[in-house]
Write a protein that binds this ligand. Structure first.
Ligand code: SAH
Ligand code: SF4
Length: 341
């Protein structure tokens, strides 16, 4: 049975039209689900009894189970169990500008990036849109907060689950629902070029982040197998096309791995690669994990890398480290839980 949290408002409107009902009922249902946050059809008190019965027949209204929760300063990490017992993670971060949630888009990930815990676990399946929606609703309810920003940077490659991710964005973006503004939503990809092109065509106003992690093909292909299929020679022109067509700035994520991609020479090469692009670089201190040999760069090395980019007029920030105390980097909590079992 279809889950009610899997419906865009338009789909619900079409459902009501097919039942010879007025389509504004879809707006009413959306308000119940996403503004009043009730999770039972019986509580939708402005909707007629017979329609409630129809809804109950046609839609499930399920939830996810919270398996564990790790609370740190300004951060709360959740491990969820899905209906089929698979496990995924979400991380809530409290910033001065609001509450930001990082959600998973798949169970595991097939991209196989060498430094990533999620990549060690092959993809089991894509998440449905409702399973992404529920991560958000559950964290809001559990902490009694409003989430103002959302990033698709948990377990999984969002552009390897493109249709469900776009549907998820449509649902949380709907003004009659959670009304999360497009500019407050960021989707991060390892660089699946055909999907970036589709994303340009779709014209969604959400932010795009690209996981770059290396300034040349040789190193990038070592770290990220996806580069063998879509090398920098086509990724960079595609990003330039995105910037020209959307007039928007792109974020490049760059995880600093000790002795691997963090020298001044790498920084200079990166500055050249990104020269004159409307972009900025988010330097990510590596979150070490027990199964993977990569180490975090020293603070001095991180600062030196930062300085080279700055001097070469590349916008750059260093990501605040929320994660280390609560295994917050993508896939770590799930891996740890699996080991403990
Ligand atoms: N698959 C997508 C989105 C999820 S990963 C992507 O790769 O963009 C989100 C970000 O976390 C990516 O930039 C990824 O490279 C980074 N990341 C993965 N493991 C990490 C770790 N252990 N420490 C720091 N960042 C990590
Ligand atoms: Fe997948 Fe992203 Fe991890 Fe790469 S970094 S394995 S794309 S989740």
């Amino acid at each position: 049975m279809k889950n009610i949290y899997d419906c865009t408002k338009e789909e619900l409107e079409n459902y009501f039209i097919s039942k010879n009902e007025k389509k504004f009922k879809a707006t009413q249902v959306y308000e119940w689900l996403y503004q009043k946050k009730i999770n039972s059809f019986d509580d939708m008190s402005n909707i007629k009894k017979d329609i409630i019965e129809e809804l109950k027949k046609d839609f499930a209204i399920s939830s996810l189970k919270i398996i564990t929760k790790q609370i740190g300063k300004d951060v709360c990490k959740y491990l969820f169990e899905l209906d089929d017992k698979n496990e995924i993670e979400a991380v809530l971060m409290k910033h001065d500008y609001g509450n930001s949630l990082c959600v998973s888009s798949q169970v595991g990930c097939n991209m196989g990036c060498k430094f990533c815990e999620s990549g060690r676990l092959k993809k089991v399946r894509n998440l449905e849109a409702y399973e992404m929606v529920l991560q958000l609703l559950l964290v809001e309810a559990d902490l009694n907060i409003r989430i103002s920003h959302l990033v698709l940077m948990g377990i999984g490659e969002p552009f390897d689950n493109y249709d469900n991710v776009i549907k998820f964005i449509d649902i949380i973006n709907d003004p009659k629902g959670l009304a999360l503004g497009s500019r407050h939503i960021t989707v991060s990809t390892s660089g699946i070029v055909p999907k970036i092109k589709e994303f340009i065509k779709d014209g969604k106003q959400v932010n795009l982040a690209i996981s770059l992690h290396a300034p040349n093909n040789e190193l990038r292909s070592q770290l990220m197998p996806v580069n063998r299929a879509y090398s920098l020679d086509i990724l960079i022109p595609t990003i330039k096309e995105y910037i020209t067509k959307t007039n928007r700035r792109v974020t490049f994520e760059y995880v600093l791995l000790k002795g691997v991609n963090d020298s001044k020479k790498h920084a200079l090469e990166l500055a050249k690669l990104l020269d004159k692009m409307n972009c900025y670089v988010n330097l990510i201190p590596y979150n070490e994990t027990s199964h993977i040999e990569y180490k975090k760069s020293d603070q001095d090395t991180i600062m030196a890398f930062y300085d080279v980019l700055k001097k070469n007029n590349i916008g750059v920030t260093i990501r605040r480290e929320f994660g280390s105390s609560v295994s917050a980097a993508c896939g770590q909590l799930r891996a740890k839980h699996k080991e403990e079992q």
